[in-house]
Design a binder for this molecule. Structure first.
Ligand code: GSH
Length: 220
């Protein structure tokens, strides 16, 4: 019998930064879902992907007759169906702040994303960071420091991880991959994110992915 659980379509766990964001949001929301992995380099899967995601991009969530693609929309949808999970902060001012930094991640930091693509398995010690990517990194570190100070940590909006932590989780793994120098508060925040059981699970699965996908060593 076909599963009646929500289905989250994702691609590579090693390279798929947006997939990680959507998947982590589902986990943080406590959604009982199944994941469908479509290898991004498999042309035969493209037709199936179009059925699952109108944009041909992942993550994409199918919940009953509801289809949601695009990571921010998935986060907002999860917050509606699982309001007690706290994906978005309860306080209106904090919620606006959370949406603003999620939006900034969704539409920005192109230099950092282009120069430091997510690649969980790889390590590049002493990686030379291009100045525009460093400007993005400095802005992200400022966002994190401001949140950790305003909401008293250990997560960006307080005691529990939120949609914002999921949005920035692939930045955390990039900072590890590319050996990015961070101040103490940001380094502690990265450690906290990596230690989340869901992140550990994702990272372990990424490490087990066999294939190297050259074309995905690009912007994600
Ligand atoms: N704006 C989209 C971006 C999604 C995206 O670029 N996803 C990548 C993978 S993480 C993708 O599907 N690339 C095409 C492919 O893998 O075939 C979102 O927020 O979900």
């Amino acid at each position: 019998m076909a599963s009646s659980k929500p289905v989250l379509t994702i691609s590579s766990k090693n390279y798929g930064a947006w997939a990680l964001r959507g998947w982590l949001m589902c986990r943080l929301a406590g959604l009982d879902f199944v994941e469908k992995v479509i290898p991004p380099d498999d042309p035969a899967m493209k037709a199936e992907m179009l059925l699952l995601s109108a944009s041909m991009l992942v993550p994409s969530l199918q919940h009953g007759s509801v289809k949601v693609w695009d990571t921010l929309a998935i986060g907002e949808y999860l917050n509606e169906i699982k309001p007690k999970a706290g994906l978005l902060p309860a306080d209106i001012k904090a919620r606006a702040h959370c949406r603003a930094i999620c939006g900034e991640m969704h539409s920005g930091f192109g230099s950092m994303r282009g120069a430091l693509p997510m690649n969980i398995k790889a390590r590049f010690p002493n990686f030379k960071i291009w100045s525009r990517a460093q400007t993005d990194i400095d802005r992200i570190a400022l966002i994190w420091r401001e949140c950790l100070k305003a909401y008293d940590g250990p997560f960006l909006f307080g005691k529990e991880p939120s949609m914002a932590d999921a949005m920035y989780a692939p930045v955390v793994t990039r900072f590890m991959t590319y050996d990015v120098a961070l101040d103490r508060a940001c380094a502690a925040y990265c450690k906290r994110i990596v230690e989340l059981p869901a992140m550990q699970e994702w990272i372990e699965a990424a490490k087990l992915e066999p294939e190297e996908i050259d074309e995905l060593d690009a912007e994600f």
